[in-house]
Design a protein around this ligand. Structure first.
Ligand SMILES: Cc1cc2nc3c(=O)[nH]c(=O)nc-3n(C[C@H](O)[C@H](O)[C@H](O)COP(=O)(O)O)c2cc1C
Length: 218
């Protein structure tokens, strides 16, 4: 599918559309709560949208990776295309990414929408945990050629008890920290829109699509 959003790095960021993607399907998820909170504290220049169809995506099958795509996969690619930037927040399962979230990422490989797209992540795991998930995320983002905005990526630990009945986090320092992520993305988009550092976005120094690992799909 064609990328219908402004090419990454060309928006002047007078208004930025940021798609928030949680890697958890759990009802009381701390990762989703962090992103729900980010949506609530988004600056006026940001439209933050919380992606909520992770559990609806079919298991990725290369045989199905053609038009017409399964509806949920087509919608995912449309949402990514329409966003100026993405924010991921994922738990770690068994030392790596949850299968359902990796499945979402697999659906992005065959599309062009995520290539060059500015992305950031928030890690809400307790100190010293969640590293495996974020290393795996960095590998995938490098593979698909996403533009990781390193200064916007933050570790902001979040305890389950801090999530309120409204599914958000009331703690002021947490809210300020997630707002800081969105401000950092806005700052990046503004600089990029002014011919700034888009080309310097760090894709983690990992093999991108132009240099897939042996045996991996082109
Ligand atoms: C199947 C499973 C595997 C897990 N594996 C790990 C792990 O390898 N490392 C870790 O730090 N936490 C692990 N956890 C803990 C989760 O990362 C933690 O509960 C997290 O809060 C879940 O995110 P959520 O609140 O957004 O659902 C695991 C949890 C589950 C259910």
């Amino acid at each position: 599918m064609a990328n219908t959003s402004a090419p990454a790095g060309t928006t002047a960021a007078a208004h930025a559309r940021i798609l928030l993607i949680s890697g958890s399907t759990r009802e009381g998820s701390t990762n989703t709560a962090a992103l729900r909170t980010a949506r609530a504290v988004a600056p006026a220049e940001v439209t933050a949208r919380l992606y909520d169809r992770l559990a609806d995506l079919p298991a990725f099958n290369p045989d199905d990776d053609h038009e017409p795509l399964p509806p949920a996969a087509a919608e995912l690619r449309r949402e990514i295309a329409a966003a100026d930037a993405l924010v991921f927040c994922t738990p770690e399962y068994a030392g790596t990414l949850p299968g359902s979230f990796k499945n979402l990422l697999d659906w992005t490989v065959g599309g062009v929408e995520i290539s060059g797209k500015p992305v950031a992540w928030i890690n809400v795991a307790a100190e010293g945990r969640g590293e495996g998930a974020h290393e795996a995320l960095a590998t995938v983002l490098g593979y698909v050629g996403a533009a990781v905005i390193e200064p916007a990526c933050r570790r902001i630990p979040l305890a389950r008890l801090a999530v309120g009945p409204d599914g958000q986090v009331a703690d002021r320092s947490f809210r300020a920290a997630v707002a800081g992520v969105l401000h950092a993305i806005l700052g990046y988009l503004r600089e990029a829109g002014q011919g700034g550092r888009a080309a310097q976005a760090d894709s983690a120094g990992l093999p991108g699509r132009s240099a897939p690992a042996a045996g991996s799909p082109a």
